[in-house]
Design a protein around this ligand. Structure first.
Ligand code: ACO
Length: 337
């Protein structure tokens, strides 16, 4: 528990996904794969794909509007917007345009890039601004369109990802802090396990002066290493955050992991002795939506009434970087459900 007098609470959530879906059967017409292989290895059945005219900003705005409405504030009251994304519409950042689209004229806005850990890193970042008394109302959006960056001829990766956006409103909440503990980690030594990397191509401007005019390359992944990393590191960091929050596993109501792969969810839950019914999972319907996966799953669980007032949620993101992070929150009075 922090020592300041200002606590943090999530007071609204929202989500938005593209209308167009591609199921495993459809994928098997694109690459040599099958519903049986994808379902048994990943738990994914279908995913939503953004059309060429849809944008991260538009999807993020749709999710944000729901979260703002649930929090019963207006966009004009927002002090800060953090857009967690690895697939911004504009490499300079898309948060400012999101601010404009929402009409959140007072809000400072910036992008935060930490791949599939982006939402958790964003939550912790936003909490610092609230705890220090700097800002009162913060919109955090996790949104990604990974389908833009998938190699659609690579069956090892293209079956895993989908597009979507999720959002929460975080507000100053008197002295009681609903963020019970957190732990963030990065390890660049395994950076090459999962990349969407810029590939340089030299262009000579004048003799002796060359610049790079390359492009970003489709996602590459060492699936086995990423799997090993996730099932080892996530339980570790989760245990550390639990310790910091002075809580036991059996006091946690929901395990809300980044929705990467059902086998990862199952292995982490098993290591921590979380029963299946406490593990939130929606990846059968969406695949891995990167920074959007945790807020989409959170929003669905809140709106369906699964997450109830007073519930304790352990959320963990993990992904490229490699990065991973863990956050505990007490749902009491959180999202107005
Ligand atoms: N359909 C059919 N066969 C396939 C497919 C597919 N879509 N993909 C791979 N295969 C084949 C391979 O070619 C290989 O065949 P071979 O033995 O003839 O060479 C065989 O299946 C086994 O391939 P592996 O890569 O060894 O498969 P593995 O059992 O490791 O499963 C998987 C792959 C599901 C990706 C697994 O490694 C995994 O879950 N890793 C974690 C990945 C992940 O979750 N990444 C995202 C997390 S981080 C983030 O969110 C950014």
């Amino acid at each position: 528990m922090n020592q300041s007098s200002v606590g943090v609470a999530i007071t609204g959530s929202g989500s938005a996904t593209p209308k167009v879906t591609l199921d495993n059967q459809g994928l098997s017409k694109i690459v040599e794969t099958s519903d049986e292989w994808i379902s048994s290895r990943t738990g994914i059945k279908t995913r939503c794909l953004a059309s060429p005219t849809e944008s991260v900003t538009d999807m993020g705005a749709a999710a944000a509007r729901e979260a703002i409405a649930m929090a019963e504030i207006t966009p004009a009251e927002l002090d800060l917007i953090i857009l967690a994304t690895s697939t911004a519409d504009d490499l300079f950042g898309s948060a400012s345009l999101l601010q404009e689209v929402l009409g959140a004229s007072k809000a400072v806005a910036f992008d935060l890039t930490a791949a599939c850990s982006g939402f958790i890193f964003g939550l912790v970042t936003a909490a610092q601004f609230i705890r220090t008394g700097t800002y009162q109302n913060i919109l955090l959006v996790g949104a990604d369109i990974l389908s833009r960056w998938v190699d659609w001829s690579d069956r090892r990766t293209c079956v895993l990802f989908g597009d979507g956006a999720g959002a929460v409103v975080m507000q100053a909440h008197g002295p009681s802090d609903r963020l019970l503990g957190f732990e963030l980690r990065s390890d660049g030594s395994q950076n090459d396990c999962l990349q969407l990397a810029y590939q340089s191509e030299a262009k000579e401007l004048i003799p002796g002066v060359s610049v790079s005019k390359g492009t970003y390359q489709p996602i590459t992944m060492n699936g086995k290493e990423v799997y090993r990393f996730a099932v080892q590191r996530v339980p570790e960091v989760l245990s550390k955050a639990l310790f910091k929050a002075n809580m036991r596993t059996d006091e946690v109501d929901w395990l809300l992991l980044h929705q990467a792969n059902q086998r990862i969810l199952d292995a982490v839950a098993q290591r921590l002795q979380f029963p299946d019914h406490k593990v939130l999972s929606n990846l059968a319907n969406y695949g891995n939506t990167s920074a959007a996966s945790i807020p989409i799953a959170l929003d669905e669980a809140v709106r369906s009434g699964r997450i109830k007032s007073g519930d304790v949620i352990a959320a963990s993101g993990f992904g490229a970087g490699l990065t991973w992070g863990q956050r505990f929150s007490n749902g009491e009075g959180d999202c107005q459900i």
